[in-house]
Design a protein around this ligand. Structure first.
Ligand SMILES: CC(=O)SCCNC(=O)CCNC(=O)[C@H](O)C(C)(C)COP(=O)(O)OP(=O)(O)OC[C@H]1O[C@@H](n2cnc3c(N)ncnc32)[C@H](O)[C@@H]1OP(=O)(O)O
Ligand SMILES: CC(=O)C(=O)O
Length: 524
């Protein structure tokens, strides 16, 4: 058997806390895994619940391009005939060519979890595999707790594998079910298994010791041919080995051709698809696929990356569908700002060294006052624009006022705004649920006849962070406003001890940035 990828997101991944995939979710994930180039997809345990049973019915209509679907179950129950065990019968009804059977590889489990003699566990394995083989199925044998079992009673753990092999199993999968084994132990144990049993082995690693990737890599180095894991490392307790880390490591560092280059570029989209389908928040610092995996913040790093990205990147981000990003903050140097300005379309010749230094000094000073530009790039870009001698703002604010009114125990607000737009004086009022909403309504009402395009955008998120909580209601706050039009979203920032002022500053930036984009000024 060549190297194969085995995804158990739909089975072991579903055993992770907070994961509740619908049947439709499972089918959509199946489609994406298949397109990505996964060889085997463990779809579920048909004996466990009606949803998994329905999955095996539905998946037969899917015309998969690449993957084989695998149905999962335990070996037969103790003291029961295999042909009478519904778990096993449902495997036959699942309409698959491949099944995965797990059984105990640790004497402790046989004695305490199953509470049967050691011999009965071997008999369960033998009966189940023989029966499934007689019924024409390919059988992957998952030796549950194999590594802990080997450490406790190596003769018995090996006997479990030998029994499965003699009964006709097509592959012996060594499971680190409790996820606590060490790479050095994996190496020694697999060497011993390989010296005694002449069969292909697979690896199923859990991540309780944060070593699932390391343990799977050691298994690979020792000749394992199948790697079972999940997208994003979902799974029981701390999860399974994350295929989003394991696959690119094997492919890009060990040179194994597991998927095509094009498929590998779908790794990040696959991670996002599965994470979002599972209703989870993607983790920025996930190796390879996280938003921050190739994001540079420290000035020293960005200075070097501009000269040669290899200085601070272990692979090219595009290989896994990711991208390089640079942040500007108080930890930035000139390089961060130059990178960012170029990225958004500025001609760097427009900025003298002096202006860049002045801008970066301003960023550091403002961050010391509570601004945070890495999450508010639109405000940063506006700051750079305002350094252009020939830049005229789209409007000039004269003053504004807000009032809150309580009537019949319901509070609402009104705002009044005086400004000049295209040399015309505007004096306008509007109401809103609260003062910021009233100001937003008023501002847009004042601008709409001059810039009708502002109706295409709206505020989609508004976050307030108290910066010095000890000062109570007099504390300084940072307001981040996210605005979106039909194509993109952008974030702006304001900081003040007055929440209305902080919100107003962020609001003004958000509208001004929109007008910059709409007026076709060089911003991508
Ligand atoms: C390491 C792993 O991740 S293995 C996969 C674990 N996944 C799951 O458990 C999710 C799906 N599970 C289920 O839907 C249910 O647990 C079922 C349908 C399988 C069983 O439900 P129930 O019959 O109500 O039993 P329950 O879950 O309480 O206990 C499990 C039974 O399986 C037995 N069992 C455990 N491991 C094995 C095994 N390897 N081979 C055979 N039987 C086993 C246990 O001894 C216990 O038997 P008992 O009821 O006679 O005491
Ligand atoms: C089979 C399995 O999921 C395990 O041993 O962890």
């Amino acid at each position: 058997m060549g190297l194969t990828l085995y995804d158990t997101t739909l089975r072991d991944g579903s055993q992770g806390e907070g994961i509740a995939l619908s049947l439709d979710d499972k089918l959509r994930i199946t489609r994406q895994l298949d397109r990505f180039g996964i060889d085997f997809i463990e779809g579920g345990w048909p004996g466990s619940n009606p949803k998994d049973e329905a999955y095996f019915e539905e998946v037969q209509n899917m015309n998969l391009e690449n993957a084989k679907i695998v149905a999962f179950s335990s070996a037969r129950h103790p003291n029961m005939k295999v042909e009478e065990d519904t778990n096993i019968l449902k495997l036959l009804e699942a309409g698959v060519d491949y099944v995965a059977i797990f059984a105990k590889g640790w004497d402790l489990h046989v004695k305490e979890a199953l509470q049967v003699p050691l011999q009965e566990n071997l008999k369960m394995i033998e009966d189940t595999i023989s029966f499934l083989k007689e019924n024409g199925l390919n059988v992957f044998f998952d030796a549950e707790h194999f590594f802990d079992g080997y450490l406790s009673n190596p003769e018995y753990a090996l006997k479990v594998l030998e029994t499965a092999a003699e009964a006709g199993a097509d592959l012996l999968v060594l499971c680190d079910t409790n996820g606590g084994i060490l790479p050095s132990q994996v190496r020694t144990i697999i060497k011993d298994v390989k010296s005694k049993i002449d069969m292909d082995i697979g690896m199923h690693a859990h991540n309780d010791g944060e070593l699932a990737v390391a343990n799977s890599i050691v298994a690979y180095e020792e000749g394992a041919v199948q790697f079972q894991g999940t997208v994003g490392g979902l799974g029981e307790r701390c999860g399974n080995v994350d295929l989003c880390s394991l696959i690119p490591t094997l492919q890009l560092k060990y040179g194994e051709k597991l998927v095509t280059d094009q498929q590998l570029k779908q790794l990040k989209p696959l991670y996002y698809f599965v994470t979002e389908t599972a209703n989870l928040i993607p983790r920025n610092n996930k190796p390879y696929v996280g938003k921050s995996a190739f994001t540079h913040k420290g000035g020293i790093h960005v200075s070097a990356v501009r000269k040669n990205p290899h200085t601070y990147e272990h692979i090219e981000p595009e290989l896994v569908g990711n991208e390089r990003r640079v942040l500007v903050s108080e930890l930035a140097g000139k390089s961060n700002l130059l990178y960012k300005l170029k990225e958004v379309g500025f001609d760097l010749n427009d900025f003298s060294d002096e202006v860049i230094k002045k801008l970066i000094k301003k960023v550091k000073k403002l961050e010391n006052q509570g601004y945070q530009f890495e999450g508010a790039e639109a405000s940063l870009i506006l700051m750079a624009f305002r350094e252009f001698k020939d830049y005229n703002s789209f409007f000039e604010i004269e003053d504004f006022r807000t009032n809150s009114i309580n009537k019949d125990n319901h509070t609402y607000s009104e705002a009044v705004l005086k400004m000049t737009v295209k040399k015309q004086k505007v004096h306008i009022a509007a109401e809103g649920d609260g003062p910021v909403n009233a100001l937003d309504n008023c501002f847009r009402k004042a601008l709409v006849s001059f810039y009708p395009e502002i109706t295409e955008s709206k505020l989609i998120d508004y976050k307030v962070r108290v910066l010095n909580g000890n000062d109570g209601t007099a504390a300084k706050v940072r307001v981040l406003i996210e605005t979106a039009d039909l194509e993109k979203s952008w974030t702006t920032v304001g900081v003040s001890t007055n929440i209305i002022q902080a919100s107003w500053d962020a609001l003004v930036d958000s509208i001004e940035y929109l007008l910059l984009i709409k007026e076709g000024i060089r911003i991508i």
